[in-house]
Design a protein around this ligand. Structure first.
Ligand SMILES: [Zn+2]
Length: 284
């Protein structure tokens, strides 16, 4: 095998008139140089590609990082809102428990038992707790409302501020002729003093009625009625709805009376009862 010693000869002619220069280079040198140049170009392309790739990754990394930070902040905000909501719900629960106690509703269900507030913290647990509380509070509200209505229609206090001169029972007739049964309280007041209803109800009588003189009678509930007698003037009509404290007329001395006073009577199923039993009733 003979050794290949071919040369590549380059002619360099700087100008048209000057003498040409010859450069002879062994073919292996040409091949190696060409190979190195191709390798260099390929490496450059590869490096440029990697650089672009790296920049893209870097950008992505930064965007993921900032996204992560904002998620972290969101999470912190969420956690603090969650804690606040949880606190508010347990506050409302405490208040509703107290209200339930006052409304004598001992068997109102507890939120913890119902929705497992003690368990893993989740929005759905809070959601269930809030729903549950809403039901409880509505139930308590309904109960209190009906209690208030019931209480408002039970006579309480006196129709006028005055001096009680006579109570329920047998007394000497102020007109002579022995004893008589007095069916209510007599409360002495100045002529014309405004007279107020002692409970919510409906006016069932508003005119003169024998010895009562000008009488207003009000039906309340559960068979209870109140009567206000000897009025100088009546300011309500039969069928009118009355709230406790509403004025129904003015004190006077009409009917069987010896001076300005209000005859105040309470009847249960049309039987006169002692109004003093009702005077101290708790007001709603
Ligand atoms: Zn009387």
């Amino acid at each position: 095998m003979s050794k290949d010693n071919r040369l590549f000869t380059f002619m360099i002619i700087p100008t048209a008139t000057s003498k040409a220069k010859r450069i002879s280079i062994h073919h292996n040198v040409i091949y190696i140089t060409s190979g190195l140049m191709v390798a260099f170009i390929l490496l450059t392309i590869f490096a440029a590609f990697r650089l672009v790739q790296h920049e893209a990754l870097n950008l992505e990394f930064h965007s993921v990082k900032s996204e992560n930070e904002s998620l972290k902040k969101q999470n912190e905000a969420y956690e603090s809102s969650y804690a606040k909501l949880k606190g508010q719900i347990s506050y409302i629960e405490d208040v509703s428990k107290e209200l339930a106690r006052q409304a004598r509703m001992e068997n109102i269900p507890e939120v913890d038992e119902q929705v497992g507030m003690g368990g893993p913290e989740s929005v759905s647990a809070l959601d269930r707790a809030a729903d549950h509380l809403e039901r409880n509070v509505r139930e308590i509200g309904d109960r209190l409302k009906s209690d208030l209505l019931r209480l408002a229609s039970i006579p309480s206090g006196l129709p006028v501020n005055g001096y009680i001169t006579d109570g329920l029972g047998i007394r000497r007739s102020p007109f002579g002729g022995g004893g008589e049964y007095h069916t209510g309280l007599d409360i002495a007041v100045d002529f014309g003093t405004p007279v107020a209803a002692t409970a919510d109800g409906i006016v069932i009588w508003a005119s003169s009625h024998g010895g009562y003189g000008n009488l207003v009678a009000i039906y309340h509930s559960n068979g209870i009625t109140t009567r206000y007698g000897h009025l100088s003037r009546i300011t309500v009509e039969v069928g009118q709805r009355i709230k406790r404290g509403d004025q129904i007329g003015h004190a006077g001395s009409t009917g069987r009376s010896t001076g300005p006073h209000v005859h105040y009577e309470i009847r249960e199923n049309d039987q006169p009862v002692d109004p003093l039993r009702y005077v101290e009733q708790a007001r709603p």
